[in-house]
Ligand binder design. Sequence first.
Ligand SMILES: CC(C)(COP(=O)(O)OP(=O)(O)OC[C@H]1O[C@@H](n2cnc3c(N)ncnc32)[C@H](O)[C@@H]1OP(=O)(O)O)[C@@H](O)C(=O)NCCC(=O)NCCSC(=O)C(=O)O
Length: 403
Amino acid sequence: MTPPPLFRGALEGVKVLDLSSVVLGPLASQMLADMGADVIKVEAPQGDLARSVGPARHKGMSSLYLSCNRNKRSLVLDLKQPAAREVLDTLVRGSDVLVHSVRTDAAARIGIDAARLLELNPRLVSAHVKGFSDEGPYAGLPAFDDIIQAASGLAQLQSIYTGEPRYMPALVADKTTALYAAYAIVTALFHRERSGQGQAVDVPMFETMTAFNMVEHLWGHTFQPPIDDMVYGSIRSGVRKPFRTADGYIALVPYTDAQWLRFFEVMGRPELREDERFATLAARVRNHTVVFGELERATGARTTAEWVAAFRQADIPAMPIQTLQQLPDDPQLKASGLWHDAEHPTEGTLRFPGVPFTLSATPGGVQRLAPSLGEHTDEVLEEFGFERAAVDALVTAGVVARA
Ligand SMILES: CC(C)(COP(=O)(O)OP(=O)(O)OC[C@H]1O[C@@H](n2cnc3c(N)ncnc32)[C@H](O)[C@@H]1OP(=O)(O)O)[C@@H](O)C(=O)NCCC(=O)NCCSC(=O)C(=O)O
């Protein structure tokens, strides 16, 4: 029997020009690359800013950069040089997708506005990730993760727990918007498969994060006029939190009637099964402070491991509060193969989370690690039809650069 190929992704053959930088755009294009797309990272001469964020063995090869740019090749093209336009246009004519995160005005100055790109290549999926939609008073404002966590209500929501606004300690606005961007681009590619038509794809962080936050938090304002406040009920009350055990913390969410009945049993308070304050979901919602008070009183009596074992036995949703440091050794993650250790040609052994979902026929995966700045300038330009001598001339003119 022929062994299955090491790497098969459904996006094989899709050429992506990635002119984005930092986290949001690069992560979106990395998701396409993980599924087999040929992603060419087009960098300004100074390289992606993320190259210098985080610990590094060598200049320009930081942990953050390495985590958002696997499966890509790097080409240095200085789009501020007039002579770069011809190179850009050749690349655009021969590509399927272009992604960038340059602000709208600056993008037009370097010739990567969607109208121009689609005129050059009507089959192109021209994707622009940005802070705020161009339709509105915030158009063109600069945006980083914290800015969008603030604007979208996420930072203020955390004051429920801390008494003052806080950022969620994860680049949640960048990463969420990257997911939406990858979804939008793949959808546009699907349309192109059917119609042959490219299109402009705009993915603004503020609008995306607001849509994301409001799935559950619109709450009573789902109805107009509103019939209750905003913010998901159990979160608004502030009682939804990790519970202290004898030696740490546990997440515990009995939810259905059956789970609560089993929960009262496991915590040694079977008489609460008869308590009408807790008998139905509606009653528990009404009395949730009392209910969660019962939870809190109960959990201090035993260790996290003891509780987890008992709740697992009773099929009650519970997990220990883990640290990031525990995750590489987590037995579930080890068994499901999330961690991917690979040899980088210059940076040694690197560890990443691989693709966290599975596709049985086209799983995708990691086939190359992040490139050094300009590592593939020659290779890519030759693939797009530039003669060796022409590339040399572009290098001499400072339009492109090699590693
Ligand atoms: C991140 C930014 C705030 C950075 O702001 P700025 O530094 O002012 O960048 P701008 O986008 O306005 O412009 C980029 C400049 O780079 C130039 N540029 C871009 N590509 C090239 C190439 N290949 N060659 C030469 N010059 C280039 C472009 O012409 C602009 O120059 P000039 O014409 O001279 O200006 C903004 O880009 C932005 O809001 N982006 C959209 C959202 C986003 O991706 N945010 C970062 C997420 S990561 C994150 O939040 C996090 O890590 O935390």
